[in-house]
Design a protein around this ligand. Structure first.
Ligand code: AP5
Length: 227
């Protein structure tokens, strides 16, 4: 299965992609994570992308498309994957269609996660993670059980993303509405789009995504179809 999670910053794409990888044999492909790794490693791509990301703008299409094209050819992506944060522009969506055709594959589903802008700002500015194992936390909704100690690995250092300040989140939301939202119409026209309420609890969002991926027998059947 090849799946796109589409939604604004903080909609819960990473959270849900992570849960889906545990339920299904799918790999999570997050362009945000790949770009942050390139920035941390100081590669040529990372040097180009870092300042753009800190401003909350989108990294140029050709750089991101090249990154994804390379990643699709790694062995572990053969079983199916969840694209988290890609595509983000019509040009990226068209490139994805081409990349999949070249590999004899097709996109199965696009899940649009719908969330209010104000809730997103609160979600993102409260987010932090363990510097050692990456376990995610949220101030005030999900704090470590022992203050200052990671529940998963016992680490005591925590990090926040540089682009998680309110000012940059507002810029990321602006980029989403201007450049990424048009993908809703693009995928609706392909009949691949399903929407879920991203404002619900994490477990309910997960359930709604699973229902959109495996609709109950008989769902979406035309009224006069046989059987
Ligand atoms: P990227 O890393 O993709 O960031 P993003 O899209 O802004 O999304 P986030 O990772 O912030 O949020 P999310 O939707 O994954 O939410 P999460 O699950 O973490 O991109 C960063 C930057 O890289 C971009 O700005 C751009 O510069 C560049 N970039 C990346 N891809 C690109 C591309 N294709 N083209 C060009 N540039 C690109 O959840 C957020 C918080 O909410 C967490 O604290 C979580 O615990 C909490 N939460 C999740 N779900 C719920 C829920 N249902 N209820 C309550 N809280 C919840």
């Amino acid at each position: 299965m090849i799946l796109v999670l589409l939604g604004p910053p903080g909609a819960g794409k990473g959270t849900q992609a992570n849960l889906l990888t545990k339920q299904r044999s799918l790999v999570q492909l997050s362009t945000g994570d790949m770009l942050r790794a390139a920035v941390a490693a100081g590669t040529a791509l990372g040097r180009k992308a870092g300042a753009i990301m800190e401003r909350g703008e989108l990294v140029p299409d050709d750089l991101v498309i090249g990154l994804i094209a390379e990643r699709l050819d790694q062995g572990d992506a053969g079983q199916g994957y969840i694209l988290d944060g890609f595509p983000r522009t019509i040009a990226q969506a068209e490139a994805l269609d081409r990349l999949l055709v070249e590999r004899g594959k097709q996109l199965d589903r696009v899940i649009e996660m719908k969330v209010d802008d104000d809730a997103l700002v609160e979600r993102i500015t409260g987010r932090f993670a363990c510097a050692h194992c990456g376990e995610g936390y949220h101030d005030p909704y999900k704090m470590p059980k022992v203050p200052g100690v990671c529940d998963r690995c016992g680490g005591t250092n925590f990090v926040r993303r540089k682009d998680d300040t309110e000012e940059v989140v507002r810029a990321r939301l602006k980029a989403y509405h201007a450049q990424t939202e048009p993908l809703i119409g693009y995928y609706k026209a392909q009949g691949k789009l399903r929407g879920v309420d991203g404002m619900a609890d994490i477990a309910l969002v997960q359930k709604a995504i699973n229902q959109a991926l495996d609709p109950p027998e008989g769902a979406h059947k035309p009224p006069n179809s046989p059987g």
